[in-house]
Design a protein around this ligand. Structure first.
Ligand code: DGI
Ligand code: FE
Ligand code: FE
Ligand code: FE
Length: 187
């Protein structure tokens, strides 16, 4: 599939507002890749496809997790986490994306993971700081991202974790592991 066809396929999966967010993440991820000597081509693709399944109905995501052998423990955690794994599965099966690095960046864009690749970090961070995002702390994240990729993502995870704690919600263990691992690398 060429770029135009991939953009069209993505657009069909979601409402206009979500698609605008996606294109903001594309722009931001490519800029980060260029700034930090990353792979801009892969950043483009992973960013475009990162929220492919975000607007899919919950029951459809649940069925795919059960029937396609995705990690079953996702089902006991927040539904917000499902679209990342389901999205990676979907772009592999529906669009023929085979690049494991791109699939991983999609799969872990919400939670993060230990040993994040530079591409994982770029996509996850771009998701936090694309121009359309507005939440307490977003400007601090953007400022850090001018020079320090890992520090900026830690600030992103901090904002998510604080928000979840405020709301009395569970924290997905991978997010804690991802943050710990980044902190160790920064030191
Ligand atoms: O899909 P987006 O809205 O663009 O962003 P995302 O994929 O980063 O999803 C963020 C949502 O996931 C946000 O509402 C917080 C929620 N969430 C729930 N539990 C966790 C979590 N995010 C992380 N990182 N860790 C969690 O444990
Ligand atoms: Fe997402
Ligand atoms: Fe995210
Ligand atoms: Fe997103």
């Amino acid at each position: 599939m060429n770029r135009e066809a991939l953009i069209e396929a993505t657009k069909r999966q979601m409402p206009e507002k979500r698609f605008k967010h996606v294109m903001g993440v594309v722009e931001t991820a490519v800029a980060l890749a260029e700034r930090f000597g990353g792979d801009a081509e892969r950043a483009w693709l992973a960013a475009l496809l990162h929220d492919y399944a975000k607007a899919w109905p919950t029951d459809r995501m649940e069925r795919i997790i059960r029937e396609e052998g995705l990690p079953g423990d996702l089902l006991v955690h927040d539904k917000e986490l499902w679209h990342a794994h389901v999205g990676a599965w979907a772009v592999q099966t529906e669009l023929g994306i085979a690049d494991e690095a791109v699939l991983d960046a999609i799969r872990y864009h919400t939670s993060g993971r230990e040993e994040m690749t530079q591409l994982d970090v770029i996509v996850c961070l771009a998701d936090y700081m694309e121009p359309g995002r507005d939440f307490p702390g977003v400007n601090k994240i953007r400022k850090l991202a001018e020079h320090k990729l890992e520090e900026a993502l830690v600030a992103g995870f901090d904002s998510t974790i604080s928000h979840l704690v405020d709301k009395g919600r569970c924290i997905f263990p991978l997010t804690v592991l991802a943050r710990n691992d980044l902190l160790r690398k920064i030191e």
